[in-house]
Ligand binder design. Structure first.
Ligand SMILES: Nc1ncnc2c1ncn2[C@@H]1O[C@H](COP(=O)(O)OP(=O)(O)O)[C@@H](O)[C@H]1O
Ligand SMILES: [Mg+2]
Length: 273
């Protein structure tokens, strides 16, 4: 089971869209995908048509139960989506209070990897859609993952956000056994807009060895797919943006390429466990 985080501390850069689109492509190729919504805003959960108010269990439940002795079976939290091979661990807004609740409580960085571990044989990949904030949820997702995609909007300010994300990654790497490999994915690219072209050039200069093969173009079809609660690849597999996401998949590890090592566990105070 490969664990992939899609993260950037900046919002609106295409994290949820990237998570959904990769899930659509991978599921079509026969991989069993588990999506984990670690963003209290729950955009991924909404994308698949779930209402947080109607969910009895969510990612929040794992953190609640980590403080009690009762173990909630992870299968009870898994929601089937209406798409073959795509299941979801949903988010609820209460997750926004976790950092306040868990401050100074040790061992909270490994809650998600522990919760998901019984599912190792049930899925080929786990995709974490991350919250745009440095906190216990992001640390959990990065700690559990073997690989990271950082979507970056092709504009000047977003590139500054990337530097911030890379600082967070450096912090996480200090306590991992091996550094977390990452791919920078330029998004919202429009070759007719000079600011986009300039931003892409800047990314190419500074992150050449980490850049995805193709930038994801600005593509209104992605928004339309979101309105239809469907991954775009299942509506139009020829869209330009889908081409870029397919190219991204060629540089990501395949589940069969991975050594069978256990993920590094990191506590919420940044210590390896
Ligand atoms: N390449 C793109 N072209 C056009 N619109 C996009 C693109 N990627 C994402 N969007 C739209 O931009 C908005 C923000 O994207 P989203 O994936 O939710 O960002 P994040 O998860 O980083 O906050 C959504 O409405 C989404 O449909
Ligand atoms: Mg999002």
């Amino acid at each position: 089971m490969n664990m992939l985080a899609i993260a950037n501390q900046k919002g609106g850069v295409g994290k949820t869209t990237t998570t959904v689109t990769l899930a659509g492509l991978l599921a079509s190729s026969g991989q069993r995908i588990l999506l984990v919504d670690t963003d209290p805003q729950g955009s991924l959960t909404s994308y698949f048509g779930f209402e947080p108010e109607q969910l009895r269990y969510s990612v929040y439940s794992f953190f609640e139960e980590s403080q009690s002795r009762i173990k909630l079976p992870v299968q009870q939290v898994v929601q089937k989506t209406r798409f073959d091979n795509i299941d979801l661990l949903p988010a609820v807004p209460a997750m926004a209070t976790l950092d306040r609740q868990l401050i100074n409580r040790p061992g909270m960085g490994l809650v998600l990897s522990q919760a998901i571990s019984p599912l190792v044989r049930s899925y080929d990949r786990v995709l974490f859609d991350c919250a745009p904030a440095l906190g216990v949820l992001l640390i959990n997702a990065l700690g559990a993952s073997r690989e990271l995609v950082i979507p970056v909007q092709t504009e000047h300010l977003a590139i500054k956000g990337l530097e911030r994300m890379l600082k967070t990654l450096a912090m996480v790497n200090r306590v991992r056994k091996q550094p977390l490999p990452y791919v920078v994915l330029p998004t919202f690219y429009d070759s007719k807009i000079w600011a986009c072209v300039e931003a892409l050039q800047s990314l190419q200069q500074r992150h050449a060895d980490r850049l995805a093969p193709k930038p994801v173009p600005f593509d209104p079809q992605l928004k339309e797919a979101s309105r239809k609660n469907t991954p775009l690849s299942l509506l139009n597999s020829d869209a330009d943006s889908i081409d870029a996401y397919k190219a991204l998949l060629t540089v990501l590890q395949r589940p069969e390429d991975l050594p069978a090592t256990r993920p590094t566990r990191i506590s919420n105070n940044g210590q390896r466990q």
